[in-house]
Design a binder for this molecule. Structure first.
Ligand code: BTN
Length: 228
């Protein structure tokens, strides 16, 4: 494993697309000028306020890659749970605490490489996090002080662990479900501009969220969710 620190970069995910492939290479930036979130959104990336990290792996077979976001979500969650155990997951791969998002994951499975980007709000103030598309918090706001370098190391180690599980086919979505309190609840899901409300029954073996409404079952992939 190799961990490289950069002063400034457009996006650590984009950086790993440009360089020659090296397995288990992790890049951390002090700031990003074009941090990317999921669904074409941007990711707030002020200097030294967050962990902006991406890891590089061999691409996964398409059958296994659909679980990548879930598995890497658990990897990041487990790193954060070492500080306190109130963190939980919101499908497909956001880490939450007290109803607010603290970390997000952006996996990109390309033909020659798998890149996983992780953003954790470390020392942002609530004021700095205002105006985002979702309610957000930071480790500092939640009373946790941590060293970004140490967090980078812990997260990278966990990403390697969960990548191996994905490759071997031993990652079980039940592990994700066990940290995902929205399972069993009424949720509203936005997918491709359509809004679905129903009971979240669980996640199937391909990573789809199973939603039940009036006896009808709907399978949803990577949508935007709000829990009622
Ligand atoms: C999300 O929308 O929840 C995903 C956010 C992912 C942000 C991280 S920060 C490091 C890496 N580089 C990026 O440009 N994005 C990811």
């Amino acid at each position: 494993m190799e961990l490289v620190f950069l002063e400034e970069v457009d996006s650590t995910n984009e950086y790993l697309k440009r360089i020659p492939f090296r397995s288990n290479l992790f890049v951390v930036a002090r700031r990003q000028t074009g941090g990317k979130g999921r669904r074409g959104k941007s990711w707030l990336s002020l200097p030294d306020k967050g962990l902006y990290l991406s890891g590089l792996f061999e691409p996964l077979h398409p059958k296994k890659s659909s679980l990548a976001g879930l598995a890497f979500g658990v990897a990041v969650l487990r790193a954060l749970q070492e500080f306190k155990d109130d963190f939980y997951l919101k499908w497909p791969n956001d880490v939450y605490v007290n109803g607010k998002k603290v970390a997000g994951i952006l996996p990109e499975n390309l033909s020659d490489r798998l890149i996983v980007g992780v953003g954790v709000n470390v020392s942002y103030t609530l004021q700095e996090l205002q105006g985002l598309s979702h309610p957000a918090t930071s480790l500092l706001v939640e009373g946790i002080r941590c060293d970004i370098g140490e967090l980078a190391l812990k997260v990278s180690q966990n990403l390697i662990l969960y990548y191996e599980k994905l490759r071997e086919g031993t990652f079980d979505v039940k592990e994700f479900e066990s940290f995902c309190p929205m399972i069993g609840k009424e949720v509203t899901v936005l997918e491709n501009g359509f809004c679905y409300t129903g009971k979240a029954l669980g996640i199937d073996r391909e990573g789809y969220l199973l939603l039940e409404k009036d006896g009808e079952l709907k399978r949803l992939f990577s949508a935007e969710v709000s829990v009622r």
